[in-house]
Write a protein that binds this ligand. Structure first.
Ligand code: SAM
Length: 272
């Protein structure tokens, strides 16, 4: 039988990645592993670890292999049915929290919720809010519902395409979205983690702006007066998104940069 330390060395992974996979397979905390790395590991667990290590060497994202990713300090279960929540999307949540800071029991809508990372983080940050979330993928909605249950968040889920998923009369004080905004020809789609994520979470199959256009054009019919929209977009799409919002009559249209210094989110307010 191999020890955990030996398995780590023979995995071909970095020490950190091997440790994360061992923690997952052994079902023990990191502290235990650090103290017991010289103990033999049962053959079936060694095999499970080596199979995960092989998948990692093929480039499969760690988040799918360990089944979890942290976002806004909460652990979200992720499966290959959903986008792995990105650190830059935390900026969207922070801007959203600011946008409703003075509202009591605000109604919030998250369009294209995926794992539920944005909707659930908002519901946990503002337990008085009435949070709704949509996704076109029933599998994503199931993952998001599971996350809400585990994290104790109250969110109403709707499956369908953008606003078509909602009752027509629904109105919100805030609409947020991190829609698919990679253009169909972008070579990044064939690289890194993106190869393993659902295509419909990444690309609109068009110029990268078609989902953003649909979301802005439909928002007016679902915003309460004085309501805001905040959208995540590509680093080179800020001008286009600002222009969509200004043309649709939004005020206070601003873009914010992420920690890497890239234009990442744009929002505005609509006074009806
Ligand atoms: C970039 S992912 C964002 C996921 C999550 N909000 C996050 O930030 O981690 C985009 C999401 O939009 C969903 N989506 C794509 N087309 C859609 C549509 N027409 N209507 C609703 N959701 C859609 C995808 O299934 C995916 O979950």
């Amino acid at each position: 039988m191999q020890t955990a330390d030996a398995l780590s060395r023979m995995s071909g992974l970095s020490r950190l990645e091997a440790r994360m996979l061992l923690v997952r397979v052994l079902g023990r905390p990191t502290e235990w592993l650090l103290a017991h790395g010289d103990e033999p590991v049962a053959p079936e667990l060694s095999e499970a670890f080596l199979s995960l290590a092989a998948r990692r060497r093929q480039g499969e994202p760690m988040a799918y292999l360990v089944g979890e990713r942290e976002f806004m300090g909460h652990a979200f279960v992720v499966t290959p049915c959903v986008l792995i929540p990105r650190p830059e999307t935390e900026l969207l949540v922070e801007a959203a929290i600011q946008a409703i800071i003075d509202s009591r029991s605000p109604a919030i809508l998250d369009l294209g919720t995926g794992s539920g990372a944005v909707a659930i983080s908002l519901a946990l940050a503002r337990p008085d809010a009435r949070v709704s979330a949509t996704d076109i993928s029933p599998d994503a909605i199931a993952v998001a519902q599971g996350n809400a249950r585990r994290l104790g968040a109250r969110v109403q889920w709707w499956q369908g395409s953008w606003y078509g998923a909602l009752p027509p009369e629904s109105r919100f004080d805030l609409i947020v979205s991190n829609p698919p905004y990679v253009s169909s020809g972008d070579p990044h789609l064939a690289q890194g983690d993106l190869r393993f994520e659902p295509a419909m979470a990444l690309t609109d199959g068009d110029d990268g702006l078609s989902a953003l256009r649909q979301i802005v054009s439909g928002a007016g019919a679902h915003l309460a007066s004085g309501g805001s929209v905040w959208l995540e977009h590509g680093f080179d799409q800020a001008n286009a998104v600002r222009s969509l919002l200004v043309t649709a009559g939004y005020n206070h249209v601003v873009t914010m940069v992420d920690l890497a210094g890239h234009d990442r989110i744009t929002g505005g307010t609509l006074s009806l």
